[in-house]
Design a protein around this ligand. Structure first.
Ligand code: UDP
Length: 323
């Protein structure tokens, strides 16, 4: 297949592009390089620098490359920022994404695989969370992702566009070549690693009074290459709708800190701070639908292998990407 990867210079997009290329597919990366990195574009991919805000550029990119499918990763990802500047999120993650959808439909692209999120569930009542859990996002980031899922569903129902929305839980880990380098960094595992590297004085735990065995929040960490596998399977599959992607295992913030200490063999200061607003105590995926429908078989089934891959990448890229 020839696949256009929007947002292919970002963390998950770069790992997914590499995964597709390694399996003999052709990839065109479309990225504005606002948050992505030029170095994270696999040299085997075609690269088009462009912003989804510009309908003509994305139209031309699709007209010229004639992809069999599109994977859409290009979005802003900071929940906290979305609370400060909601319109920034609705503009980019919904309005600009409409241009991609329009260009795909105008050029008869068969399928879009969309990078969605567990944030569509808000504060879920049932754990593990299945796709039948009600969706009540509690921040503009999650709301914008859910809005775009609904837009894709209408395009499917009314215009025959095929789509799969993949709701990731906590993406983590790295491939041999590509890893996580966000500015600013807000995610737990890279922040703990910065503490291990001495680049930050300490790691803060946001609350230790949750209703969990050790009082810290529990999350479901899923390896980025397992996410990549699911994207390819979704492109190859006829299924249209939304699917959760997680490991099904929960790890507390304390457990993740202990694992980073074990893997890095470094010690660092840990401080307990106030809860971060909007954090549910537990988020664990029921991904049985992705396994059953797509035949998805995650390869990294434990936290240690995820943390080891992230640490190995950081050691090869001590300053992250240069560009
Ligand atoms: N967290 C923390 N300290 C930090 C960053 C995150 O205790 O410096 C916690 C956060 O409250 C959540 C978990 O780690 O319970 C994972 O947070 P992250 O931002 O990585 O992902 P999220 O689950 O919010 O998508």
């Amino acid at each position: 297949m020839h696949i256009l990867v929007a947002g292919g210079a970002g963390y998950i997009g770069s790992c997914c592009s590499e995964y597709l290329l390694d399996r003999g597919h052709q990839v065109t990366v479309f990225d504005a390089l606002l948050n992505g990195h030029r170095e994270a574009v696999d040299p085997r991919a075609n690269f088009i620098e462009g912003n989804l805000a510009d309908l003509e550029i994305i139209h031309q990119a699709i007209r010229d490359s004639r992809p069999d499918g599109i994977i859409h990763f290009a979005a802003f990802i900071e929940v906290g920022e979305s609370m400060q500047d909601p319109l920034k999120y609705f503009r980019n993650n919904v309005s600009n994404a409409l241009n991609l959808c329009q260009a795909a439909c105008d050029n008869q692209v068969r399928k879009i695989v969309f990078s969605s999120t567990a944030a569509v569930y808000g504060m879920p009542e049932h754990i593990p969370i299945s796709e039948s859990e009600p969706t009540f996002p509690i921040n503009p980031y999650g709301e914008a992702k859910l809005m775009f899922e609904k837009i894709l569903r209408w395009q499917h129902d009314l215009r025959g566009l095929q789509y799969t929305a993949l709701r990731y839980f906590n993406a983590a880990g790295a491939s041999q070549k590509y890893g996580e380098d966000h500015h600013p960094e807000t995610h737990l595992i890279p922040l703990i690693m910065q503490a291990a590297e001495g680049k930050r004085e300490q790691i803060s735990i946001f609350g230790d009074d949750y209703d969990t065995p050790d009082g810290t929040c529990i999350r479901d960490y899923i390896h980025v290459l397992d996410l990549a596998q699911a994207h390819l399977l979704a492109l190859e599959n006829e299924f249209c709708g939304s699917l959760n992607l997680g490991s099904g295992q929960g790890h507390s913030v304390n457990a993740v800190i202990d694992m980073v200490k074990k893997v890095t063999e470094k010690d660092f200061r840990v401080e307990v701070k106030a809860r971060r607003p909007g954090d549910p105590a537990r988020l664990i995926a029921d991904s049985s639908a992705a396994r059953d429908i797509l035949g998805w078989k995650p390869q990294f089934d434990n936290l240690e292998s995820i943390v080891r891959s992230a640490w190995a990448w950081r050691q090869r890229h001590p300053d992250g990407y240069i560009s």
